[in-house]
Each structure stands twice: as structure tokens, then as C-alpha cells.
Ligand binder design. Structure first.
Ligand code: ADP
Length: 261
């Protein structure tokens, strides 16, 4: 039997990610372009993943789109679209079969999923405001004048606990500005910001139940400061895959295989 390739595309609010799977088992191509819905990102991510795999669009047996901007791919690019929640659960289970609880912190929303045998059984989501999201971290990094990739490593050097009491991004930004004016250490402020994000995430996680077998996905899983604080508060390790942003695209490619049959 010849090989079957499926393409999963996750059009997020801040990034576009693609995965090509061979026979639903092996990742043969991946791409990430750091612009998302409403931009050239999705098309560029498709071009990049095909190049990475050394394949053509015609070689794809099925293309499935997920993520915030997925409907834009339904005019000729994708065969089907699916909710990012189901795709996340599917991708998470493929990478970490012991998964029970997924916390996904992306650019624009925070999602918590309960997963049993690869199927989502419950979820909670905050997509109403920037509080607790990756965007919140980007805003705070800008205020602190540090690169988003530096915020996590910097916070690990913290020696003083600072509480950011407001979770509203606008008020939290004022708090950070006032802490800077008080000459507080940037590392301590960054740690306080991560504590605030973790508190928000855990309150969402409690609503689906804290069932060990924790996995973190989404771009914010690349921030070691957020990961450390979350692990401390959960008193358990978080499983994080090598590229935590591609879990939704992976799930889409897996569901793509089911779409063929
Ligand atoms: P979306 O799916 O909404 O496009 P992602 O899951 O890609 O979002 O997450 C984007 C967020 O990830 C950004 O807002 C930022 O906070 C965080 N992020 C992105 N790159 C890095 C990095 N190199 N280090 C730490 N955090 C990062």
C-alpha cells in the first residue's frame, strides 16, 4: 500500500502552524510562521511545510484546518475544518498518551481540556480578555523592555516575591509601571507577572478538575518562568513537547487521516 500523507493546519491568532503526517504515525514535515489569521501566514506555513517534507500539495490525501482562523481555508485549501479543542486533545494524546489535563496558553486565549483516551470530555476557555494569555505576557515584556523570549529565563533569577494584584491587563500594566518607578528588580516583576498568569490558569483548571497527567501546550509553554510556577502550584510535572505550538496542527493531521476513510 502506498503512503498516505495528511496535512494539518492550525491558523492561530498570532501564528500559523502546519504538520504533515505519514500514515497517521510519523511527522514528516512541520512549519511555524509567526503571523496568523487574516495574514499571508497560513499560505506561507503551507508552502514551508511542503518544502520541509519535500512534498507537493497534490500529495496530500486530506487537509484539515483548525484554529481561530480556520474558516478562511475552506475556499479550496482545506477539505474540512474542525474545532481547535478536539484537535488539541487528539494531538496531546498522540504525544503523551498518559494525558488527562491539558492547559493551552496561546496568544489570545487560555484553554483547559480534560482528555480521556484521546477524546475531549470537558473544557473551559477564557477568550474574553487578554488577562492570563500570551498577549498579556507580550504587553508586560514590552513595558519591561525585554524580549518575550527573555521574560521566562529572567524571572528564574527572581529573589523577591512581588504580587501583581490586578489581572486586568490595563491595570496590571499600570502596576508594573509603578513597580519599575519603585526600582524593583525586573526579574522580580517578571516573576510576579508569571505568578498572576499561573493563578488564572489554575483557577480555570480547577473547573475541569485537577487530574494528574498534566500537559502544557501553546506558545507560552516556551516560557520557563510560567512553567516553573505552574509546576510548583500543581505540585506535579507538566509534560511539554519539543514544539508545544504545533499540538493543534498535529491533531488536525491525525483527524485528517480519519477523514479519508
Ligand atoms: P496562537 O495559537 O494564538 O497564535 P501561540 O500558541 O503560538 O498563539 O502562542 C503565542 C504566545 O506564545 C505569545 O503571545 C507569547 O506570549 C508566547 N511566545 C511565543 N514565542 C515565545 C518564546 N520564544 N518564548 C516565550 N514565549 C513565547
Amino acid at each position: 500500500m502506498s503512503e498516505i500523507f495528511t496535512l494539518g493546519i492550525d491558523v492561530g491568532s498570532t501564528a500559523s502552524k502546519c504538520i504533515i503526517l505519514k500514515d497517521g504515525k510519523e511527522i514528516v514535515g512541520k512549519s511555524l510562521i509567526d503571523v496568523g489569521a487574516g495574514t499571508s501566514g497560513p499560505n506561507r506555513a503551507i508552502e514551508a511545510v511542503l518544502e520541509d517534507a519535500g512534498l507537493k500539495k497534490e500529495d496530500m490525501a486530506f487537509t484539515l484546518a483548525t484554529g481561530y482562523g480556520r474558516t478562511s481555508l475552506m475556499d479550496g485549501i482545506a477539505d474540512k475544518q474542525m474545532s481547535e479543542l478536539s484537535c488539541h486533545a487528539k494531538g496531546a494524546y498522540f504525544l503523551f498518551p498518559k494525558v488527562h489535563t491539558v492547559i493551552d496558553i496561546g496568544g489570545q486565549d487560555v484553554k483547559v481540556l480534560r482528555v480521556e483516551d484521546g477524546v475531549m470530555t470537558n473544557f473551559q476557555m477564557n477568550d474574553k480578555c487578554a488577562a492570563g494569555t500570551g498577549r498579556f505576557l507580550e504587553m508586560m515584556a514590552r513595558t519591561l523592555e525585554v524580549d518575550i523570549a527573555e521574560l521566562g529565563p529572567l524571572s528564574l533569577k527572581s529573589t523577591e516575591n512581588i504580587e501583581i494584584s490586578s489581572m486586568c491587563s490595563v491595570f496590571a500594566e499600570s502596576e508594573v509601571i509603578s513597580l519599575i518607578a519603585q526600582n524593583k528588580e525586573t526579574s522580580d516583576i517578571a516573576h510576579g507577572i508569571h505568578m498572576a498568569i499561573a493563578a488564572k490558569a489554575i483557577s480555570l483548571m480547577r473547573r475541569v478538575g485537577l487530574e494528574p497527567g498534566y500537559m502544557m501546550t501553546g506558545g507560552v509553554a516556551q516560557n520557563p518562568g510560567v512553567v516553573k510556577v505552574l509546576e510548583e502550584q500543581l505540585k506535579a510535572p507538566l509534560f511539554i513537547s519539543e514544539e508545544p505550538e504545533i499540538v493543534g496542527a498535529l491533531g488536525a493531521a491525525l483527524y485528517g487521516l480519519e477523514g479519508i476513510f
